[in-house]
Design a protein around this ligand. Sequence first.
Ligand SMILES: [Zn+2]
Ligand SMILES: [Zn+2]
Length: 142
Amino acid sequence: MIDLPLFPYHRDPIASDSVRETDARCDCCGEKRGVTYIGNAYCLAQPETLCPWCIANGNAENKYDASFFDADFVDDDMNPVDLPPEVHSAVFGRTIGFATFNPIGWWVHCGEPAEYIRRDEPYDMIFECRKCGKQQTIMDLD
Ligand SMILES: [Zn+2]
Ligand SMILES: [Zn+2]
C-alpha cells in the first residue's frame, strides 16, 4: 500500500495511475520515498524520479518551474475562467497529474477549482465542487 500526501484537487492518484513504486532517490529532494510520479511534467528539466511530496509542497514547481497539467480553468459552459495566479499554482503546479488525451478544461464552481475525482472510461472526467459537492463531467476525447 502506497502512502501519499493529500492533494486537495486530485482525490485518488493511485487510481489515476499517477505513481509507481521505486527504489530511486527523488531528483528534487534527494530522498528515497519509495514512490515516484510517472505522469507528464511540463518543464525544461525532466526529472526522472519525482516524489509526490515534492509536488504537493511546491518544491518541484519552484525548482523546475514545473506544472503537471496542460489545462485551463473553465465554467459550466466550458468558457474560460480567470482565477488568481496562486490558484493556478495550487492546481496546475502543486497537484499530481493524471493522464489525458488533450489539454483539458478544469471545472470551476462556486468560484473555486473543483476536485478531480476519477475518469469514467473512455472520455469522461468527473470533477466535484469542493464547496457545494455538485459533480460535473468534462469530456476528454481522444
Ligand atoms: Zn522529492
Ligand atoms: Zn459548487
